[in-house]
Design a protein around this ligand. Sequence first.
Ligand SMILES: [Zn+2]
Length: 691
Amino acid sequence: MPISNPKRYTVTAALIYANGPIHIGHLAGCYIPADIYVRYLRSNGKEVAFISGTDEHGVPITIRAKKEGLTPQQVVDKYYTQIDAAFKELGISFDIYSRTSKPVHHETSREIFKDLYDKKVFAEETTEQYFDETAQQFLADRYIVGTCPVCANPNAYGDQCERCGSTLSPLELKDPRSMLSGAKPVLKATKNWYLPLDKMQPQIEEYINGHSEWKTNVFGQCQSWLKDGLKPRAMTRDLDWGISVPLPDTEGKVLYVWFEAPIGYISATKDWLIQKNGSDEGWKKWWQHSEDNPDEETKLVHFIGKDNIVFHCIIFPAMLMAEGNYILADNVPANEFMNLEGDKISTSRNWAVWLHEYLQELPDKQDVLRYVLTANAPETKDSEFTWKDFQTRNNSELVGIYGNFINRAVVLTQKFCDSKVPAAGELQEIDLNVLKELAAFPARIAESMENFRFREALTLIMDLARTGNKYLADTQPWHAIKTDPERVNTILNIALQISATLSIVSEPVLPFTAGKISEQLGLTRKTWQDAGKADLLPAGQPVSEAKLLFEKIEDHIIEKQIQKLHDAKRLNELEGKTVTAIKPEIQFDDFAKMDIRIATILEAENVPKSKKLLKLLVDIGTEKRTVLSGISEHFKAEEIIGKKVLYLANLAPRKMMGMESHGMILMAEDRDGSLAFVQPGKEVWNGGTVN
Ligand SMILES: [Zn+2]
């Protein structure tokens, strides 16, 4: 059952592998929703710990290290620094952004493993695992590739097929090969420790069935695993990068990354307290049952992407249940995936919008990204990011509706009210109605926030801005000023009070903008409880000069981003290209029949009405000849005059576009389809033969 009145909140956002930068899929999947939720809770005066960090173990780290020619430590240091800085700049308000390579994490993970071992939770089993004899190493998870038994993808990983999404074990792969050496692996016996999820199924089922309030996609996925029947899962790996197993005779073994990574939330909490207070004292209240007062529980919420549901809803809770002292997740509001311009976001194919590049290329637009990713968040199903949509939402929603309202309220106050909040006079019906609407908004938005429906919350926030715009349009202070300045004071007082509430309720989504508004208005009452009130800004308080909250994004900025994606796609296509196979064998006589010689291009011009042909005059030593060459899409006529080329002289003349072409210029074709002249390595006279 969900906790109804929690004493405090522990909110975690997924521990991301430190093997690459952050992209918009990560942000939309969990970091922005988590930050919105936490900012909302803080605005309500709740006690919150917002915890995350990088996951620095596991096979993906070592594979990236090999690819970049670095050590695993260098890889995680590089990406930790980059990710941490990018999150800070986007305003993700973690209390701690830790990393699983810290000693406190190693100690905490080993402690929990040892505790479960001592409680005889694990099943110890010796099984046959794939081993690479060349590399002298066991091949865990992604170290092994082979053909997927489900969809025949020839590059499925040992733990998962990325094409069909099946969860696999290495032994299921057909034609397995080692990622390390390419060798065919052999089977070798090794001992590992298994979490007996099969035996724990009744407890896990009880826990999950008690949370039918979870999002449909999360609850449904859990039910389908339970229905299939849970299987024991190895909690150790034969690997040299990770946390060593705290048992004797376990050299060369480490804790399974999905055993220790979620413990990272616990150790990061300790890390936070150590950095803040010099000791981890007090960490238990964030993670364990309260001994003296069971009603004063902590609410634990995990924000993750849908690919991590099994680890956060089944495996991690099972570990904590077995330990016995810990609270379990009260909610796991996992999002689905965000796609990009019609395709799945992919790190390896560079099909992504990278946060660190966005921050550099579109400076001071943090809130625009936060807005667009929230408005379009994959809360119930996969969604899609396009740059056109990004531009439209910025220009017509943020600039056209939200920015426009605040700007008008402030500018009119400067103009008509001497840059001070005017006092409201007698209220008319239209004023009373808008104030009533204003008062109702915070509770409606809160309801959406509490239920992790941030898209809906944002729609309501924009509705409040629309309400403000409509109020100004209906009351027309710019006309009223001519006849009834008192009336204008009332109208602008109300418009400014609406602006103040808009700043408070949009702070979770648009923290930078909310900060700018409250600074302009001199707003000091900023809690959620203040929102909706008609007296947030006292009469006479100065309002500072209107600052632009959002600016229009021009086409060329968007086109540049789209071009960048096209370039990435083109590079990817080239990656898949291979050289053509060799043609059937010929005899020397066949070759000797060809008269290939050196020639110089003397003249070149476009052939009218032809897209491809250039008309060339070449000096071939014995005479000058006219050749039509299909290269005008690759070269401009004037560029190629004077070039030495290879020329096939005895090719029978051909008619093209009503002209006769005599012989042929030999060209080399590059991987991307571009053409190059083939030229002698030193100056050779015209007519020099090629044998
Ligand atoms: Zn497959």
